[in-house]
Design a protein around this ligand. Structure first.
Ligand SMILES: O=C(O)CCC(=O)C(=O)O
Length: 163
């Protein structure tokens, strides 16, 4: 996996900088559509890769990932503080017309995706827990940036956009 991540980071060495247990209990809430990079204080051109590992089988019923394939190439999308720090529902619904895909996975399957890829997970409508782990990697030596720079890219201020 590290070899793959290095390749995705242009051949540079990579380091793990975030790891999270992603547990969704029965009835657990959605994670609205977002780009992970909107949460990280790294300049826009920093390559950040998310690795989402299913620890139990996951599908639409218990909160699998939904993705917009290729949409990471569009760059940053304005985020708003609504139910979460998220892409506006209206905007994403327009983009979704026929383009979103669900990513059902078996326990042990691994999803690797660019941090600018819009994604989210629905509510867990099953009676069981959804178990997953999420890791984030960046190339070693990636510079930090201040909140202002991140919000200039991913925030809505001054862009004449509403939600
Ligand atoms: O595991 C989930 O339900 C959502 C994870 C996610 O998209 C995130 O934390 O960025």
């Amino acid at each position: 996996m590290i070899g793959l991540l290095r390749k995705l980071c242009g051949g540079r060495e990579v380091e793990l900088f975030q790891e999270m247990a992603m547990l969704k209990p029965p009835g657990g809430r959605e994670k609205p559509w977002h780009q992970d990079h909107a949460y990280f204080n790294h300049p826009l051109d920093t390559k950040i890769i998310g690795v989402w590992i299913a620890l139990a089988d996951v599908g639409p019923e218990n909160g699998c990932m939904y993705l917009l394939p290729g949409a990471h190439q569009q760059g940053p999308i304005p985020h708003f503080m609504r139910r979460d720090w998220q892409i506006c529902d209206a905007e994403i619904f327009e983009a979704l017309a026929g383009r979103r895909i669900a990513a059902p996975m078996k326990a042990g399957d691994v999803l690797v995706f660019d941090s600018k890829l819009p994604h989210g997970t629905p509510k867990n409508r099953s009676n069981g827990w959804r178990w997953a782990v999420q890791l984030h990697y960046r190339s070693v030596g990636s510079p930090d940036c201040p909140d202002e720079e991140r919000l200039a890219a991913f925030g809505s201020e001054g862009k004449n956009v509403t939600c």
